[in-house]
Design a protein around this ligand. Structure first.
Ligand code: ZN
Length: 236
């Protein structure tokens, strides 16, 4: 479950507005405290927002209320989160392909940072959750007309996204600073990755991948355009 109750300073709601605040709460997951790195447990955590005006990176993060009281911080001293957790799940995604019926595309679904989410401000000053913007800039696409499954993600800033297979473990390196992986249960899945020459990669903060128990659990956020996808070629 995403976080269902938080300790919240009034500034955060005032700055984000109720709708964006609710969106933030749907994109943070109460795993580990971003102050002490211990599990958050079942008590409602505090939500903290740090606005870094130098790097333009704004993060909303979860903490124990005893470790860090909720606040909107746009001062010069930032609370640095080095403890963000990521989770993945490998899915056999059957994608319709014309007359032949569905074909399995092994898919590495990743939530890159459970306890925090990046926010961005538009030119009018309105905040929004930035996960899918970040994915879009990397060439990933949500379900829709511009969703292409069989074209590898393009190079960006001199780095070509690449997948690596090591036994039954697949890793995807999206950028020099972003790498995630997962382990297949069956040899057939790794054989299929080799046959396709890569793996489908899904990126989201709206899902905690290990929570996916049924195909419907996966399809629903796909249809709601909360997961961005791209095909990542195996490194040569
Ligand atoms: Zn703590």
């Amino acid at each position: 479950m995403p976080v269902n109750a938080v300790s919240l300073h009034a500034d955060i709601k005032a700055n984000l507005g109720e709708q964006v605040l609710n969106d933030v709460l749907r994109n943070v997951w109460p795993q580990d405290c971003q102050s002490c790195n211990k599990p958050l447990g079942t008590e409602p955590p505090s939500l903290c927002v740090d606005v870094d005006e130098l790097t333009n990176v704004t993060m909303a993060t979860l903490h124990h209320t005893a470790c860090q009281a909720s606040s909107w911080n746009d001062g010069p001293i930032l609370r640095v989160s080095n403890n963000l957790s990521w989770r993945s799940h490998l899915i056999n995604w059957p994608i319709e392909s014309g007359d032949d019926g569905p074909v399995i595309w092994p898919t590495l679904l990743v939530n890159p940072h459970l306890e925090g989410v990046q926010l961005r401000q538009d030119t009018f000053g309105a905040w929004k959750v930035a996960t899918l913007d970040h994915a879009h800039e990397a060439g990933l696409r949500v379900a829709g007309p511009d969703f292409v499954i069989d074209r590898p993600l393009p190079a960006r800033a001199g780095h070509t996204p690449a997948a690596h297979l090591n036994g039954t473990t697949v890793t995807v390196q999206l950028s020099p600073f972003e790498q995630w992986g997962g382990t297949f249960y069956h040899q057939e899945q790794t054989a299929r990755v080799r046959e396709l020459g890569g793996v489908m990669f899904g990126y989201t903060t709206a899902v905690n991948p290990p929570d996916i128990a049924t195909y419907e659990d996966f399809v629903q956020p796909v249809v709601q355009r909360q997961i961005a996808f791209g095909f990542v070629s195996l490194a040569r």
